[in-house]
Design a protein around this ligand. Sequence first.
Ligand SMILES: C[S@@+](CC[C@H](N)C(=O)[O-])C[C@H]1O[C@@H](n2cnc3c(N)ncnc32)[C@H](O)[C@@H]1O
Length: 158
Amino acid sequence: MIDFTPIGIIHSPFEDPADMPIQPAGATGVKGAVEVFEQFRDGLKDLDGFSHILLLYHFHRSRGFDLHVVPFLDTEPRGLFATRAPRRPNPIGLSLVQLDKVEDGVLHVRNLDILDGTPLLDIKPYVPEFDARGEVRAGWLEKARKAVSNRRSDGRFK
Ligand SMILES: C[S@@+](CC[C@H](N)C(=O)[O-])C[C@H]1O[C@@H](n2cnc3c(N)ncnc32)[C@H](O)[C@@H]1O
């Protein structure tokens, strides 16, 4: 049994999962606020030195899962764990966002692909030396990954 307690709540302009960006790369400039609950705020010390942070959160509006899914960026079924689909056995999301300011327990961030009211599970600083890799293979996404910046979650282009 694993018991996670949300440490805060994510506020964004998006109310409808079917009409929003599908990754931070498609949400450039979208502003939001991450409200950290009072009892965890001391842990925000020193975070303001980082320009980017990783948010881990609960896809709270997601229900169930399929092991094969047709991703937003494809027309063919792919293995769930080779995708970023929100319907997962453990519905955990991961978004790299820009941190503009930390003020009174609220993180002012940009580039959100997260629904309003999403429970926040964790925050980690983004460190290129830890997290970025120069040469990578992107599997089935190789031909589609450039499209992420203009594709919406309803399949339309913005
Ligand atoms: C493809 S997922 C990618 C999320 C994250 N960047 C990741 O890789 O884990 C983004 C989509 O998840 C859906 N979504 C976002 N927040 C959600 C939430 N709290 N509950 C359910 N679905 C959500 C929206 O449809 C959004 O377009």
